[in-house]
Write a protein that binds this ligand. Structure first.
Ligand SMILES: Cc1cc2nc3c(=O)[nH]c(=O)nc-3n(C[C@H](O)[C@H](O)[C@H](O)COP(=O)(O)O)c2cc1C
Length: 245
């Protein structure tokens, strides 16, 4: 192991924070390091909008489904896939700009690589981090509140702050390495189901240790995908300049 692997291995989402703000110096250092993430063709298709106004933070905590950490964390950010710079350059130079599903996808990939780098940077500095996909639950309202221009596509929120030591956070298990790392061919469905059964046992132990008997991973998983999720997103992103074909 080395220090980077140690920080990565210690990751857990933190949802309870002390009220100390995150100093701008620390945010600047984390962003400076995180922007070194690889970026498709050097396009750097992302932006990070810090929300500091208390009323906006409280409104967002409500719209993310009542997630108090959104207003309580030392800092809260909205991560955007962002092709606005590209569009402006083309306009300025009077050149064509043609978006399609690929331009949407590369921006989402770029932004997500940056976000994970940012989370690791903050975690390496002793902060706790929680991504907030709940930001997409009421995305049109969020967009209006934040007055976002076209071609700036919010993906999720990021809470950062000093973990509250009074609240225990646990490391959630992950699928075994051999279920993720495949060689040459994708395994048959029986092998995939076997690895899920093995992981379910580990997940059940994790839940049982927290007083949640009879739960496992796949039991929660199928419920998540039994009904369509956030169906407004196609229309929302399309309305903001994303070409999703
Ligand atoms: C894109 C993304 C969105 C997430 N959204 C939320 C969220 O809205 N609220 C929350 O409490 N956790 C959220 N999480 C955290 C996951 O629930 C968490 O990473 C997962 O359960 C594994 O737990 P761990 O991070 O503690 O290992 C999100 C994670 C990701 C990657």
């Amino acid at each position: 192991m080395n220090e980077i692997l140690d920080v990565m291995s210690a990751h857990r989402s933190v949802r309870a924070f002390l009220s100390d703000p995150v100093p701008d110096g620390d945010i600047g250092r984390a962003v400076a390091a995180a922007r070194r993430a690889a970026t498709s063709s050097w396009i750097q298709a992302y932006s990070l909008l810090q929300i500091t106004e208390v009323e906006r933070r409280e409104q967002l905590a409500d719209w993310t489904g009542g997630q108090p950490q959104v207003s309580q964390a030392g800092a809260f950010f909205v991560l955007n896939a962002d092709v606005r710079r590209h569009r402006l350059v083309a306009q300025h130079l009077q050149k064509p700009y043609v978006g399609n599903f690929e331009t949407f996808l590369v921006a989402v990939i770029d932004a997500t690589l940056f976000a994970q780098n940012l989370a690791l940077a903050f975690e390496s500095m002793g902060y706790g981090v929680c991504f907030i996909g709940g930001l997409r639950t009421r995305l049109p309202e969020v967009d209006a509140l934040l007055e976002l221009p076209d071609d700036v596509w919010p993906l999720f929120g990021i809470c950062v702050g000093t973990p509250d030591p009074a609240v225990e956070t646990t490391t959630r298990p992950r699928m075994p390495v051999d279920a993720i790392w495949m060689t040459d061919r994708y395994p048959d469905d029986g092998s995939v189901l076997d690895s899920i059964a093995r992981f379910d046992d580990e997940a059940a132990e994790h839940y049982a240790a927290r007083g949640l008997e009879g739960r496992n991973w796949s039991g929660g998983l199928w419920r998540k995908f039994a009904t369509p999720l956030r169906e407004h997103l196609f229309e929302y992103y399309s309305s903001k300049g994303a070409e999703l074909r």
